[in-house]
Design a binder for this molecule. Structure first.
Ligand code: FAD
Ligand code: DLZ
Ligand code: SF4
Length: 527
């Protein structure tokens, strides 16, 4: 165990008052576990544990980002006078799990109490629940106050409601925070400006780029460690340009405000070959690790609009993502776990295709989305929802496999935010608790929102013929095969009416085309 003592403290190696474990996504100086803590009497514990990096095999860049951000945070805490025990992954004594490391630290420092902020995953909550009996030391778990609504607050909102729709929740959050409100009314007269958003983008637009940083010595050491110890995990480590400190994460957000916010709404759903970020903010990894504060971001965006630096459709669209979606999915997660993780409304059981790990497919939209995921541990929302998610849903992939993939490959992925997005929004595996209809489409939607089809080996205009875009037949086959689950959904009335009007031989051609494609998928043929 590495112990740094920048100044004389009253505690010795034994007999500290509180042991305060800070988890990898709790890199916030105002974290609730530090409330009332004493630099002299208490000790902070931070550990790089193999179990956390491998319970799903996280992307190399995600592990490197988190370990580097953890090491920088520990350094800042020490500079601020805290006693921090930081256990590196390759420390000889590191046992590789949270509970064993907490037990080891308790044996060493004999705290009167362990104080921890609640974690973001059910799995870790269970782990923490075992600490007291394991160590004999009382454990106080505190609420994570970094969210705008508490778990209890969300339960109150949800109680007695038939439907838990994000839009209703979002309006209450606007009222609660006063964000984009004028004299009790939504700014500009409407709650939601989505109708002005979601245009396709052209390649000749000015494309802002997220702020990039060169790795410092700490990050370089971590990159080397990850390359050696997690060589078989997905992803490339270089170039590594993520911010790993609060200061740089804030600068990255300021850059987004300057360069990209104004067009965020308009091009929110666009996809362009070779353009990985478009007008997105690319800050979710920083925000979810605790380097940024959600309410602070929303206030800065509102200020940009009020100062005339961004239009209302952009500011409202952006604030809705954080104040609405992000808070809402967290509420759903804690409301519905642990059963939510096993949701599978369609009984889908197909294995995740191998190309999700390699990007090796002739379907251009998928190779682009997966390729950039491998390089950057990042894809924007519409790539996740309407390309990789859409394909998995249409192809009947087991939602649990889909969930584990998203959790592993994105630098921003923690179960509280990833699971409802995947199981609920993207795979409709919760039967419509979160989304009012499945997000499925044929090739037309992808063709409208991107330039991928122009360079694809498949032809988006063909329906069932040789070389036809696979999304086309898969779409109708999905609706047909899942008719029993979906028939009562009012938002699917139109596509089902079209399907019902279709000539029997055309329907059969769709079914056969989809079956042939899925057969090739099951035989692991290149697609
Ligand atoms: P921007 O497009 O710039 O949006 C700004 C911020 O809004 C994001 O940083 C994020 O904090 C928040 N946000 C936007 N949409 C959502 C949403 N649906 N749920 C929660 N927050 C949202 N987001 C994660 O943070 N972690 C995940 O593990 C994750 N998994 C996802 C899995 C699937 C299948 C889908 C469809 C979406 C998932 N999302 C997840 C939501 C969204 O795709 C990402 O938040 C976004 O792409 C991050 O990029 P950005 O910072 O450039 O976001
Ligand atoms: C994601 C992650 C990884 C890869 N590694 C660590 C780690 O070594 N130490 C740590 O404290 N946290 C890590 N994390 C984040 C935890 O998984 C996260 O705190 C839980 O998922 C709870 O949200
Ligand atoms: Fe994707 Fe189909 Fe377009 Fe190819 S043709 S890029 S598979 S939507």
């Amino acid at each position: 165990m590495t112990v740094s003592k920048p100044r004389a403290h009253m505690t010795t190696e034994t007999g500290c008052r509180h042991l305060i474990p800070i988890l990898g996504d709790q890199l916030t100086p105002s974290i609730s576990s530090l409330r009332g803590a004493d630099r002299d009497l208490d000790r902070i514990l931070m550990v790089e544990v193999r179990e956390e990096a491998t319970y799903v095999r996280h992307h190399k860049k995600k592990i490197a980002f988190l370990f580097s951000a953890m090491r920088h945070f520990a350094q800042e805490l020490r500079e601020d006078g805290w006693q921090v025990d930081y256990v590196k992954l390759d420390d000889d004594a590191n046992t590789g799990s949270f509970r064993a490391e907490v037990a080891r630290a308790c044996a060493k420092t004999e705290p009167g109490m362990v104080v921890v902020t609640e974690p973001g995953e059910w799995r870790v909550r269970e782990d923490i629940a075992s600490w007291q009996s394991l160590t004999g030391v009382p454990v106080e778990t505190r609420e994570d106050t970094r969210f705008i609504v508490s778990q209890a607050g969300f339960r109150v909102w949800a109680a007695g409601r038939k439907q838990l729709r994000m839009e209703h929740f979002y309006r209450e959050m606007r009222l609660k925070t006063g964000l984009l409100m004028d004299a009790g009314k939504p700014a500009g007269g409407k709650w939601n400006y989505d109708a002005d958003n979601r245009k396709p983008a052209r390649g000749d637009l000015f494309m802002p780029q997220p702020a990039r940083w060169s790795p410092d010595e700490i990050t370089r050491e971590v990159i080397e460690l990850v390359e050696t110890r997690f060589a078989d995990h997905i992803g490339t480590l270089e170039p590594f340009w993520f911010a790993v400190t609060r200061r740089d994460a804030e600068a990255a957000f300021d850059r987004f405000l300057e360069d990209a916010l104004a067009d965020f709404g308009t091009y929110q759903d666009a996809m362009l070959t070779g353009e990985k970020f478009l007008y997105h903010s690319v800050i979710s990894a920083y925000l979810n690790a605790g380097l940024l504060d959600p309410l602070d971001l929303c206030r800065k965006v509102e200020a940009a609009w009020r100062q005339g630096r961004a239009p209302l459709n952009a500011a409202e669209g952006y604030i809705r993502q954080i104040l609405g979606w992000r808070e809402y999915v967290r509420g759903i997660y804690w409301l519905k776990m642990p059963d939510y993780a096993a949701s599978n409304a369609f009984g889908a059981s197909r294995q995740l295709p191998r190309f999700y790990w390699t990007g090796e497919t002739d379907m251009r939209c998928l190779s682009e989305a997966i390729g950039q995921t491998i390089e950057e541990a990042y894809a924007h929302h519409i790539q996740r929802l309407m390309v990789t998610g859409n394909f998995a849903l249409l192809a009947g992939i087991d939602p649990h496999e889909v969930h584990e993939w998203y959790l592993a490959v994105y630098a921003d992925a923690y179960e509280w935010v990833e699971l409802p997005n995947t199981v609920g929004m993207s795979q409709f595996a919760d039967g419509g608790l979160l989304a009012s209809k499945p997000y499925v489409s044929g090739g037309n939607y992808i063709n409208k929102m991107s330039d991928h089809c122009a360079t694809c080996s498949y032809d988006v205009r063909l329906k069932t013929e040789k070389g036809a875009c696979p999304f086309n037949a898969l779409y109708w086959d999905f609706l047909d095969r899942n008719h029993d689950v979906l028939k009562g959904n009012p938002r699917l009335g139109q596509p089902y009416a079209t399907w019902n009007r279709m000539a029997p031989d055309k329907k059969q051609a769709y079914r056969e085309s989809a079956a042939a494609f899925l057969g090739r998928l099951d035989r692991n043929e290149r697609l």
